[in-house]
Ligand binder design. Structure first.
Ligand SMILES: [Zn+2]
Length: 245
């Protein structure tokens, strides 16, 4: 989740899903995938691997740095939902537009709807934030403030590292030693499932070009070693055994 990253990317929200920069991080992901596919099309497996690693960091940080798992998002199968499980490139996460499961990403940098109120939840559940828009209550998606950019609305701000008594921790779920430890395990398990999803996304995006597909196969221990995984998508099913302990 938060291993040292290239200095150019350190502390920049769009590389870490920090500071409620959901639109920035999701459009950044889409553009990194565009570059990764270009590298594959030019036969440059090494460059593609580096770019894909950057994309994985951002996608995994979504779970490590937001209140997603605190909101207990369920998918149609009753599993904790992934933020995106589509086959194509990353869609833009648009602030104030409800996601399919009703969760509303919030942001200070996008004009807020009229008739908006925040419903604060006191510690220890303060990450379970909600908003009421035009009389309808929604779970509200935020990420921890980490760099001082302050893209989160003032009423919905929780620090990434908050660790003073009474704060019950910030939103960071990067380490198992942070309380509550269940946050790390739940976030890590979703990040693991998202990682499979990201590989299969890259496989699908590369499928449009024979050279890209050939280059991708050089990155595997055997051609189509991932075929069963990406065809069955067991990582989206309740029976998926992958879990961070
Ligand atoms: Zn990060």
């Amino acid at each position: 989740m938060d291993e040292p990253l290239h200095a150019m990317h350190a502390g920049v929200d769009k590389w870490h899903f920090n500071d409620c920069d959901f639109a920035g991080a999701s459009t950044n992901l889409a553009s990194v995938y565009d570059d990764t596919v270009k590298a594959l099309e030019s036969g440059n497996a090494e460059k593609a691997a580096k770019l894909f690693g950057r994309a994985l960091h951002v996608a995994q940080d979504f779970y490590a740095h937001t209140n997603w798992i605190d909101l207990e998002p369920a998918d149609t199968k009753g599993m904790p939902a992934l933020i995106d499980s589509s086959a194509g490139n990353w869609p833009t996460i648009v602030p104030w537009q409800a996601l399919a499961n009703g969760i509303v990403p919030v942001s200070k940098t996008h004009p807020r709807p009229a008739n908006l109120t925040f419903v604060k939840v006191e510690p220890p559940d303060r990450a379970r934030l909600r908003v009421v828009i035009a009389g309808v209550e929604h779970p509200a998606l935020i990420s921890g403030e980490a760099t001082g950019r302050m893209n989160c609305p003032q009423e919905a701000t929780i620090g990434h590292w908050d660790d003073r008594p009474g704060q019950y921790g910030g939103l960071a779920k990067d380490y198992p030693c942070r309380e509550p430890a269940r946050s790390f395990h739940a976030a890590c398990t979703l990040a693991l499932r998202q990682t499979y999803q990201e590989w299969c996304r890259l496989r699908t995006l590369a499928a449009a070009d024979p050279i890209a597909t050939k280059t991708l196969n050089t990155m595997l221990i055997a051609d189509d070693a991932d075929a069963k995984i990406c065809a069955e998508k067991a990582f989206l099913l309740p029976s998926f055994p992958g879990k961070c302990e």
